[in-house]
Write a protein that binds this ligand. Sequence first.
Ligand SMILES: [Zn+2]
Length: 319
Amino acid sequence: MKISEFAGYGDKMEQLMRSVQAGRIVHALLLVGPHGSGKRTMARLLAQAMVCTGAAKPCGVCPACKRFLNGTHPDVHLVRPEKKSIGVDEVRALIDALALRPYEGGRHIAFIEQAEKLTPAAQNALLKTLESPSGDVMFFLITDAPGALLSTIVSRCQTVRFTDLSVEECARVLQGRGIEPARAAELAGMAQGSVGRALEIRDDGDYPALRERVLESLAALSDRASVAGAASPLEEDKGDETRMLDIMELWARDLMALQSGATPYQAAESDRLRRSKLDGRALLKGVVLARMQLASNVSWPNALENMYFTLTESGMIRR
Ligand SMILES: [Zn+2]
């Protein structure tokens, strides 16, 4: 991917790239932001620009770029959790590799993905190298939960924060990746501006059918007597609880947007949203509660029916 295709991130990307080229960057970047906000993509672009030997960096066609893109560049090191956490042994192996002279004469590049999974011992092992690496090393620490990092780690890095893009910006990024405009706008809305989430939805073949089932179930809710019938088509979908609740949460946010006069994320669904009798705020509360119940081992059918019963209580559904 070229920088020009990374529309929406333009300014931040350019700024970082300029500091990298001017050597003004500290040797550790901490990229922080929600899932799917582009931090990993940006880290990879910056790193590729650092190894690129072409003119317009990253060119994507020079031998170094090609090795980088197919994961065989000898000076690029990737650490990510293979199990629940990243342990001290994995960090020591990385430090050993970084102590060798870079093969291609430039510098080492180390990616630590999901850095919040570094155990405290692993973080301590990393500290000294972060502060004064023995060779020329550029670290990219990537995380959506920076609170799990020791303050000593954070203070040794230059932090770059990512937020979700606006739906319009997200749609532009998706178009840059070859998705046609109408589909890009639709995906961006369903993903609430998260590029990563939008791509997941695009690649999730079951998503449209699942979403339709969830929305039909919500539309079937009116009074207590309607709960069992409305809930039953969703109760067999074992393993899809999270996706179904995500769909309901987005619907709730859009109902709230519409009810307060704002533009919903799923603008194409405005008519259907207007026809809904549900109160957005009540639905959102219900989703939050259902997630808590699932986390404390309430079964999905029970959590769902609890939510539906609460929603049918007076005042939450317009009749
Ligand atoms: Zn190149």
